[in-house]
Design a protein around this ligand. Structure first.
Ligand SMILES: [Fe+2]
Length: 275
C-alpha cells in the first residue's frame, strides 16, 4: 500500500488520505506523514476504512492518550464509543433542538480544564443524504480580524461552562465548575493564533456578562462565515479526525432525524492546557 495525500478539500482545510489501513499498526513513516497532514490541514479524511471499535481505539492511541469511553477497567474501556440519534430501543429520535446538542458550533469538551487535542469519528450508518459535519477554521478567522479587534481581544479569558452559552445559562444539570481559557489561543505545534469559543462559552472574565456574551456572539458569527468553513459529506466507513485546537464544528440537521439512523464511532485524544 502506498499512502497518498490528496489535494486540500477546501480553502478552510481538510485533506483525504488513501493507501493506508488504519486497522493495522501504523509504521513510523506513514504516521509522520499523517501528523504533518493533520498539522497543515486540520481535518484528515480516511475513506473506506473498515474498523472495529477496538481497532479505532488502537489507531487513536498513535496521537496520545485516548479518553476512556466507560469506567476505568470496564470491558468497554479501550474502544471507540458509539454516538447516534437512536433511543434505547434503537429507534431514530430528533434531538436537533437540544441547546447542548452537537448542532451548535462548538469545540469538544471546551468546558474541561484540559480540553482534547483531536476527535475522530468513523461513519457506521448514515441517512440516505445529509447528516453532514461542518468545520470552521478559527486560525483563518482570527487572521482575518481587524488589527483593532485583535488588540481589543488580546489577553481576554473566556469563562466556559457546560450548558452555558452567550450568557444564557441553560439546563445547568451538570455540577461542574466553570473554567477559563484564553479567547485567543496559540496552537502548540504551529504557533498560530486561533479563536477559542462556541457553545459552552459563557462570557468574558472581568467584563459584564451581557457585554462579554455579545463579544463572543459577534466573534462566533465572524468565525463561522462560509469562507472559513469546510462541510464534510459523509460516506459509510469514512474516518475523519480533526484538530479541536483550531476548529469549531457542528452536526448539520439536514436529514430526517426521526426517520433515518445515523451511527458513528467516536474517539477523543487528550490535549494540553490552552495558552
Ligand atoms: Fe462535537
Amino acid at each position: 500500500m502506498v499512502l497518498v495525500i490528496g489535494p486540500r478539500l477546501s480553502a478552510a482545510g481538510g485533506v483525504a488520505i488513501t493507501g493506508v489501513d488504519l486497522a493495522a499498526p501504523l509504521a513510523a513513516e506513514p504516521k509522520a506523514r499523517i501528523l504533518d497532514a493533520f498539522r497543515d490541514h486540520h481535518i484528515v479524511v480516511f475513506p473506506d476504512q473498515a474498523l472495529t471499535r477496538e481497532q479505532q481505539y488502537g489507531f487513536a492511541r498513535n496521537f496520545g492518550e485516548v479518553e476512556p469511553s466507560g469506567q476505568a477497567g470496564s470491558k468497554r474501556h479501550a474502544v471507540a464509543h458509539v454516538i447516534s440519534n437512536l433511543d434505547k430501543d434503537g429507534n431514530p429520535v430528533d434531538r436537533s433542538a437540544s441547546p447542548v446538542g452537537n448542532y451548535r458550533w462548538h469545540t469538544d469538551k471546551s468546558w474541561h480544564s484540559v480540553p482534547p487535542l483531536l476527535t475522530m469519528l468513523h461513519a457506521i450508518e448514515l441517512p440516505p443524504a445529509g447528516g453532514d459535519t461542518e468545520f470552521a477554521n478559527t486560525v483563518m478567522a482570527y487572521a482575518a480580524l481587524a488589527e483593532q479587534t485583535k488588540r481589543r481581544i488580546a489577553g481576554l479569558q473566556v469563562v466556559f461552562r457546560w450548558g452555558s452559552s452567550g450568557g444564557n445559562s441553560i439546563a445547568a444539570t451538570r455540577n461542574e465548575p466553570p473554567v477559563d481559557h484564553p479567547l485567543v489561543r496559540t496552537h502548540p505545534e504551529t504557533g498560530s493564533k486561533a479563536l477559542y469559543l462556541g457553545n459552552h462559552a459563557s462570557h468574558i472574565r472581568g467584563m459584564p456578562e451581557a457585554e462579554g456574551a455579545a463579544v463572543l456572539g459577534e466573534l462566533l458569527e465572524h468565525a463561522t462565515r462560509r469562507q472559513f468553513v469546510y462541510a464534510h459529506r459523509w460516506r459509510k466507513n469514512d474516518l475523519v479526525m480533526w484538530d479541536n485546537r483550531c476548529l469549531l464544528h457542528r452536526a448539520v440537521a439536514n436529514y430526517d432525524m426521526g426517520k433515518y439512523r445515523r451511527v458513528m464511532h467516536r474517539s477523543v485524544v487528550k490535549g494540553t492546557v490552552p495558552f
